[in-house]
Design a protein around this ligand. Structure first.
Ligand code: GLN
Length: 487
């Protein structure tokens, strides 16, 4: 393995600028690593070698001419396979889109191409981003690079595993209820969900539109901050995107955090927490104390309702979003239907996997006229209460901390037959999506079996700079980020 692949994007950028390596060489090395280890990992659905090498070549031409490089130019990256890239298969890990080739670029894709970031491939995920373990992919499971018998977390499991195993240096995921932060935590890397509206969703295959947000994965906080800067910003093609300037987050990474009020979420520090996780988070809180922060206890009384609220709203939105997959316009169509109705029903019965069907049925039920007030409307009202809890919390604290997940990565298959147990994996992450606030998972140690533990940090809306600053200070006060999966 080319040792440079283990380095951060910041270090790789330096090597490119100093001509220690060419962008084509770096991209080729990453592609070779994917080809040699991905059989074991299952992180990629497809490779986009041609696009990657073309972009890398452009970077080398710029370097040869002595021109300045855009941020992250030449750094190998993977896209979650629910994001469109012209000419690539974009499957959402579903049989219904198995042979769908993107006719357009997502806005984030276009921004990456404009910045000359080579896109090496499309990362595996839970079908339509529904899941917490990446076992719901219609094609193959993703394995955790720290222990191949364990799950990488989901739904952006391929995006996380590819960065954790140094197949690529950066990747993008989407987070509807924790799908960036959870796999980042299980795979021992940094994963960040921005404020709702900070990143355009145009060209992201929609799951639950009021919750979905695209965000970065990286092995350091600095790299994640730079990647967010590249993809963030207003987009007229997404009516929910915020029309606000994008900050240069790297500028505030080293700000002093003396006096920063760190709120510890009481409800996430007690019941059901694995002892090793609890210990690691207590050590992390201590670390903040040593860095001069002020620790306060925070209560989010409605947090306990967040999973229930989410599974009404997310399923309702997905039942509507997924109505477009009907065999008429694109995607899979059943080969043997006798009439139109049978074509619709058979296409959807054959094209969707069991978890997606479960969600569509739940969501359709929640939205049906007799039950709308009892479920959907109630859940919307409860969502407002969860949001209000955060408003109150951020009067007393500047950031909030908790474990990203009450446990570390579990064995493949351990929760496959128990959807409720699987849903509970997201207890710490879901409420940030309901409130639209930014959140991040940063490595915070290992359990007794050597599996990574993640510290979740949350900040008020649009306080990404504060979030990255607090995470960077923690990262550099420890050396967890230096330990890489041995694969
Ligand atoms: N695990 C949650 C779910 O299954 C969240 C998924 C996500 O964030 N995309 O819906």
């Amino acid at each position: 393995m080319n040792e440079l692949l283990r380095k951060s994007a910041a270090e790789q950028s330096k090597a490119l600028k100093n001509k220690e390596v060419s962008a084509v060489e770096l991209t080729t090395a990453a592609l070779n690593r994917i080809k040699s280890i991905d059989e074991k990992l299952g992180a990629f659905n497809s490779l986009t070698e041609k696009t990657a090498l073309e972009t890398a070549k452009k970077v080398d031409e710029k370097i040869a001419k002595g021109e300045d490089l855009p941020l992250l130019a030449g750094i190998p990256l993977a896209l979650k396979d629910n994001m469109n890239l012209v000419g690539s298969r974009t499957t959402a890990s579903s049989k219904i889109l198995e042979n769908f080739v993107s006719p357009f670029n997502a806005t984030i894709t276009q921004k990456l191409l404009d910045n000359l970031v080579p896109i090496l491939g499309k990362a595996n995920l839970d079908e339509f981003a529904m899941g917490s373990s990446n076992e719901n992919s219609a094609f193959k499971k993703v394995h955790n690079p720290w222990d191949l018998n364990k799950v990488p977390g989901g739904s952006s499991g391929g995006s996380a595993a590819s960065v954790a195993s140094c197949e690529v240096t950066l990747s993008l995921g989407s987070d509807t209820g924790g799908s960036i932060r959870l796999p980042a935590s299980f795979c021992g890397i940094v994963g960040m969900k921005p404020t709702y509206g900070r990143v355009s969703r145009y060209g992201l295959i929609a799951f639950a539109s009021s919750l979905d947000q695209i965000g970065p994965f990286a092995r350091t906080v600095e790299d994640a901050a730079n990647l967010l800067e590249v993809i963030a910003g207003h987009d007229p093609k997404d009516s929910t995107s915020l029309n606000l300037p994008v900050e240069h987050y790297a500028d505030s990474l080293n700000n002093d955090i003396k006096g920063l009020r760190v709120g510890v979420i009481k409800e996430l520090m007690s019941e059901g927490l694995a002892p090793d996780v609890q210990k690691a988070i207590e050590v992390a809180i201590d670390c903040y104390k040593k860095l001069g922060a002020e620790i306060v206890e925070i209560s989010l009384p409605n947090l306990k309702h967040s999973i229930g609220i989410y599974y009404i709203l997310a399923t309702a939105e997905c039942s509507s979003n997924l109505a477009r997959f009907d065999g008429v316009r694109y995607g899979y169509r059943t080969p043997d239907a006798k009439n139109l109705l049978e074509m619709y029903t058979k296409t959807r019965a054959e094209g969707f996997g069991p978890e997606v069907k479960r969600r569509i049925m739940l969501g359709t039920y929640a939205l049906s006229s007799g039950y709308y007030d009892a479920y959907y409307k109630k859940a919307q009202q409860m969502r407002a209460l969860v949001t209000q809890d955060f408003v109150e919390a951020f009067k007393k604290a500047d950031i909030l901390v908790s474990p990203t997940c009450p446990n570390t990565a579990f064995e493949l298959g351990a929760k496959s037959n128990d959807p409720l147990a699987m849903y509970l994996t997201d207890i710490a992450t879901i409420s940030a999506n309901l409130a639209g606030i930014p959140g991040l998972s940063v490595p915070a140690g290992f359990d007794k079996d050597g599996m990574p533990i993640g510290l979740q940090i949350l900040a008020p809306q649009l306080q990404e700079a504060r979030l990255f600053n607090a995470a960077h200070k923690f990262e550099r006060a420890n050396d967890y980020y230096k330990k890489l999966a041995n694969i």
